[in-house]
Design a protein around this ligand. Structure first.
Ligand code: GLA
Length: 673
């Protein structure tokens, strides 16, 4: 498999030299070397500069740039430049422009203004990518390919006529016959029956609730349509440069794209992430773990983050000094082998001129962004031994993209149901407990895990319940939560009493849902069985409740109010060598922490080191058995971490430790053990 040169961490950013006179490029090279930059992403938005008409290319400037990079020992992550179709192409093929659900069009003048199903767009991409790959295939600066940019960031789906035709073809492949489609979509409802394929359209603006089966298939189709755009390029690159890795930059928590499926076609995954600088590091950690989990076999990259602040929030808070460094190490701790930024040099014009950068508008000698960039780059240059080491998690959060699409379709018992709520409920306490966590999918091998949390698993496709049951039988602890096991892959209810696919495994039936009308919390009472497992005296419950009838499970907590008083809220059933747990309500943060602790204690899980609150500890494991413990102080005050096993060389200070470590505010240590 094509891969990047081993034994080093990659450091750099998006570089847009086409926005600057070539005299500035020499200064860029000098500062890049000063900052330890070894990789830049170039050409992302360069289509208009590279091509002025069909077959008419202008590679002179890119030739000079590639040569300059090679001369300075900086690798090129060469973009295929297809994200922003130039004005001449739109004039020639206005049908490329996207159509919204209400039938209106979007225009040229910003970026990503293309319909993924447009054949003219795909053909133009193929022409450009072929020309680029042919020209630079043997260039010494070429290290990897960056396909397009942030697919679906602005246009996740198109609703026009060309898309409608493509959607029908996709549906024919999926369902085989109209009869099967009518059955899958439940079109006997509201007179929605189809007699001919040509009657089917994308779920455009409609008077009332759309058909859920149609919406679910359209979500699948739209992800596949963009994936096909990516594959049009990937196939060309594979054919012309089979030894060069290809990737495309993923974003955080993206609903539109089934990234797990996408990742199979890339050589490694990468993440663009811009957490609110005044918020917690949870989004960074969670998305880092997800990005790694899409392709657990290979290291991943942060492809974009910002040194200071973005320009696209209504108030763009800045990262305080030290935070960029801390969060960069937090990503490396979770398996990243590359740390890159948007962008190298801050733009002078255009919509992003006030977006933070590695090199700002002022004097680099006094710029905080450049000084912090330089410090980190020079540190990473000495940490090459970490590259390629892996995370070994014994806990997984089960994640299913189809479930996400289905769960958040409208007309549910509670409109505020969100998949991320369920994921975060478990992710947050696992992060705080410093227990490493992977995301696992229908295709994953679960046997490597001791605990699997499967929140809000509403859609259960064929094979999934069997897989989870086998995990429990083999000794795993499985935690399912409310409104799980409800529908099949077409969003049709699994009959046989909720949650039909899990009823036997859980030993219960959910007779009905009892969603509270407001946010008021009530309390759960812990049963002696729950107390024996270490659950605290009381747990707070809100948002959702269920009338659960125990059919062979242990009851660990019960509701205390209304007609549910005394009925099960939290249960567990032994099955084979493991347990299947079920939570029929929403807890508060303390409640989830207590539940996670109880379950992970049952499985005998321990963090790599004892550490005070808000000190993150994550370990990377090298193939030769060396472990690198990343100790990250998220507090704005110094901390002491003491643990008898905290021994070995601290790599950033090059000191040997003997069981304790002082960390300054936002400080980082990497201990080779
Ligand atoms: C995205 C894009 C970049 C830039 C940044 C700004 O990540 O990929 O081109 O627009 O956002 O935050």
């Amino acid at each position: 498999m094509p891969s990047l040169p081993p034994g080093r961490l990659f450091y750099g950013g998006d570089y847009n030299p086409e926005q600057w006179p070539e005299s500035v490029w020499l200064e860029d090279m000098r500062y890049m070397k000063e900052a330890g930059v070894n990789l830049v992403s170039i050409g992302i938005f360069s289509w208009a500069k590279l091509q002025s008409a069909p077959g008419v290319f202008h590679f002179g400037w890119l030739d000079r740039l590639m040569d300059l990079l090679a001369k300075n020992g900086i690798m090129a992550d060469l973009a295929t430049a297809t994200v922003s179709p130039p004005a001449w192409l739109i004039k020639l093929h206005p049908e490329i422009l996207p159509t919204l659900a209400d039938g209106s069009r979007q225009w040229h003048g910003s970026r990503q203004h293309y319909n993924p199903s447009s054949s003219a767009y795909r053909a133009a991409c193929a022409e450009l990518v072929t020309a680029l790959a042919t020209r630079y295939k043997d260039h010494p600066a070429l290290a990897m390919w960056h396909i397009n940019n942030e697919y679906a960031c602005h246009v996740p789906a198109d609703y026009g006529n060309e898309t409608a035709a493509a959607f029908r073809e996709w549906l024919k492949q999926r369902h085989g016959s109209l009869e099967a489609l009518n059955a899958a979509w439940g079109t006997a409802f509201w007179s929605q029956h189809y007699y001919d394929w040509s009657e089917i359209i994308p779920p455009r603006a409609m008077p009332s609730f759309q058909n859920p089966g149609q919406c679910l298939d359209f979500a699948r189709f739209s992800s596949d349509a963009l994936l096909e755009c990516c594959l049009v390029e990937q196939r060309i690159l594979r054919a012309i440069t089979p030894d060069k890795p290809v990737t495309t930059n993923f974003m955080e928590w993206v609903k539109a794209l089934d990234y797990r499926k996408w990742a199979e076609h890339l050589d490694f995954t990468c993440l663009d992430i811009y957490p609110e600088p005044t918020g917690s590091s949870r989004p960074l950690a969670q998305n880092a773990d997800m990005t790694r989990s899409w392709r657990p076999d290979v290291p991943w990259f942060i492809m974009e983050q910002v040194t200071t602040h973005v320009n696209w929030r209504s108030r763009n808070a800045t990262k305080r000094p030290g935070l960029m460094r801390l969060w960069s190490y937090a990503a490396i701790a979770r398996g990243a082998d590359g740390i890159c930024f948007f962008q190298w040099r801050q733009a002078r014009a255009g919509a992003e001129k006030f977006h933070g950068s590695m090199l700002g508008h002022g004097d680099p000698a006094t710029q905080r962004c450049f000084q912090e960039t330089k410090q980190l780059g020079n540190e990473l240059a000495h940490l090459g031994e970490i590259a390629g080491s892996k995370i070994r998690a014994e806990t997984a959060i089960y994640f299913d993209q189809q479930n996400w699409w289905a769960l958040e379709l409208p007309s549910k018992p509670n409109a505020d149901l969100k998949y991320n709520r369920g994921v975060e409920n478990f992710y947050t306490p696992l992060l705080r407990a410093n227990l490493a966590v992977d995301f696992a999918f229908a295709v994953s091998d679960l046997s490597r895990y001791k605990v699997v949390f499967a929140p809000a698993l509403y859609l259960v496709a064929p094979g999934v319940a069997e897989k989870l049951e086998a995990f429990v039988a083999a000794g795993g602890q499985l935690v399912l939560t409310y409104f799980s096991g409800i529908v099949d892959e077409h969003d049709r209810v699994h009959l046989g009493g909720y949650p039909a696919p899990f009823r036997q495994l859980l030993g219960l039936e959910v007779e009905e849902w009892a969603v509270p009308p407001d946010d008021r919390a009530s309390s759960l009472a812990i049963t002696p069985a729950g107390a024996a497992l270490g659950l605290p005296g009381k747990l707070a419950s809100s948002f959702w409740a269920e009338a659960i009838r125990a059919e062979g499970c242990e009851v660990l907590a019960t509701f205390t109010e209304g007609y549910l008083a005394g009925r099960p809220a939290l249960t567990r059933r032994a099955h084979g060598k493991g347990h299947a747990w079920y939570l029929g309500t929403e807890l508060d943060a303390a409640g989830y922490a207590a539940l996670v602790k109880t379950v992970t204690d049952t499985a005998g899980l321990r963090p790599p080191l004892a550490a005070p609150a808000d000190v993150e500890v994550v370990e990377r494991h090298a193939a030769d058995g060396t472990r690198y413990a990343f100790v990250l102080n998220h507090r704005d005050e110094p901390v002491t971490v003491s643990d008898p096993s905290l021994r070995g060389r601290e790599l950033l200070s090059a000191r040997d430790l003997a069981g304790a470590l002082e960390l300054p505010p936002l400080g980082v240590a990497i201990v080779r053990r």
